[in-house]
Design a protein around this ligand. Sequence first.
Ligand SMILES: [Zn+2]
Length: 312
Amino acid sequence: MLYFQKERKWAMEKIKEREPSAELKILRLLNPRMNLQDYQHYLNLEKGFAGELQLDIWLEGLTNDCLVVNDLLLEHKGKAFQIDSFVVFQSIIYVFDSKYHEGDFYLDTNKWKTLAGKEINSPQPQMERAESLLRQLLQQRLNIDIPIESLLVFTHPEFYLYNAPPTLPAIFYNQLHRFMKKMNSMASKLNRSHESLAEQLIAQHLNKFPHTRLPEYDYEQLKKGVVCGKCTSFMVEGGRVWVCGECGYKENAQTAIIRSVEEFQLLFPDRKITSATIREWCAVNGDRKKITRTLSNYFKRMGKGPASYYID
Ligand SMILES: [Zn+2]
């Protein structure tokens, strides 16, 4: 995840890739297998992640000497905050807060509203809170003092905000190109201290959001079977290949089973992988040997007989 080239090139270097949050990963696995209580929350997370991917695509356009760090979860003085992307240039750090709102909104003094007048959460205070905590963290804990500028980045082409003042710290869809040009034409030459800054921030990254709310789930209640990797419908076993009943996607039986075992591990990190459990988890009919053979090919078998289980 983290790497530095020995000799830095004069170009944008991405040093931390984006991944879906642990919460989103779990909800993606649960969604086909149970009715999520708060389905809307899951959709919001998916939408947020889609927006972050759009931000990444935009940042691919960087050609200047800079470092891009994605998806940081930090904590300062007991307060957690998230940073979608930050870009380190020689004498400024840009912090980008991805926004993927769609449709028309308007600003009523500081309140954000839909055209129907319904108030939505203003994204600005949250961004400003993150910026303030980041600045304190850099100054107080890491002793770094480079100016920080935070901006909301609206990447959905069908978003419009009425009444937006020019002072709003935002980059709108039709400004993305020009802002990129601006970043690429700044004088910037990084040195080891900039790399060290990024390294130190990444070292502070928390892997788990402290207050993630996951739905309650247990093994018995989840629908069993192999879920299609393309469309999340259930697949049908057909000898050496599994076929998706919905989109027709075909997958080698072993690959499909191993993928399902990985899903099982993520959902139930404390449960042992046994051939009986995986056979049930994947809803495999008939010969148990198929599962045993597949598991033996990819995992290390511990113990013998019915009590045996598999580890990575
Ligand atoms: Zn499918």
